[in-house]
Design a protein. Structure first.
Length: 280
């Protein structure tokens, strides 16, 4: 049974969400926490419960990442019910969260928001989540040392003990994230990119080329040095040439997002917290 304090917080969350939906004239779903496998059925029921009123949904997303295969199913669910799917990142969306954002028609961030490299997280044989690119980079480093004859005995033993099936799983996870990102950028994010600044039409080949460059850069662990490296709006727009909607100076929208985000951040105490107007 909920306490009076919990009921008050719930009411305040619903009020903040209602204000955001009214301003955006769209459905809003907040997702805070890890992106996990085996919760797709719950996500489906939550989305179906609010779908039908609007053709646009905004996903308010804060996550350190998780499963790319879960993201793929989330996107299929959302796209079945909504013509437009936009993302709001008040704080951070790393790894699989970045991939999730790339499936959107628009990505809204402010000056302090960050995305991250698309380093897929997969479960190893011990059941722990690990960053796949780190393993692959280290194996490639060992192989290069072996080719040059500089591989140490300790490194040889580590390489010898690697599970090849597990390593193949890391490679497949990397390829999946890159393929998903390229497909979604072309299909959704670049949908309205029809002309260059010089008024020349944009070809599908140009869209694919731009998506490939973005995917390659976001998956380049040597470029970012860390799985959790924050990539801010300036880097995304200037270095990756990715269009981001900056709400930093929007005096109406920014307070609505900031107040809602702070309330959820202080309230959420579970690995995954999802909030809609019908679910908390």
């Amino acid at each position: 049974m909920k306490t009076a304090l919990e009921n008050n917080i719930n009411q305040l969350l619903n009020k903040k969400l209602a204000s955001l939906e009214e301003y955006l004239n769209a459905d809003v779903l907040a997702y805070y926490g890890n992106i996990l496998d085996n919760i797709e059925s719950n996500f489906l029921r939550i989305v179906e419960d609010i779908a039908g009123k609007n053709n646009t949904i905004y996903i308010v997303l804060n996550t350190t990442g998780g499963s790319a295969t879960a993201v793929e199913r989330f996107v299929k669910i959302l796209r079945f019910h909504y013509e437009k799917v936009n993302f709001i990142v008040p704080n951070y969306a790393y790894s699989a969260g970045t991939i999730f954002c790339m499936s959107g028609d628009k990505i809204f961030m402010d000056y302090s928001s960050v995305l991250g490299p698309i380093d897929p997280q997969v479960r190893n044989k011990d059941g722990n989540w690990v960053a796949a690119l780190g393993y692959l980079d280290k194996v490639n480093e060992f192989i290069e040392k072996s080719r040059k004859g500089t591989l140490t005995q300790a490194e040889f033993l580590m390489l010898k003990d690697l599970d090849l099936a597990e390593l193949r799983g890391y490679e497949q996870a990397k390829n999946l994230t890159i393929d998903l990102l390229k497909k979604w950028l072309v299909r959704y994010k670049f949908k309205d990119w029809t002309h260059h600044k010089n008024t020349q039409p944009v070809s599908i080949e140009e869209k694919i080329e731009r998506a490939t460059v973005i995917a390659d850069k976001l998956s380049d662990s040597n470029m970012w040095k860390s799985h959790g490296r924050p990539i801010d709006i300036g880097t995304l727009t200037n270095e990756l040439r990715l269009k981001i909607d900056d709400y930093s100076k929007d005096k109406e929208l920014r307070p609505l997002i900031r107040e809602y985000d702070e309330l959820i951040s202080n309230y959420a105490n579970s690995p995954v917290f999802i909030h809609t107007r019908n679910f908390i």
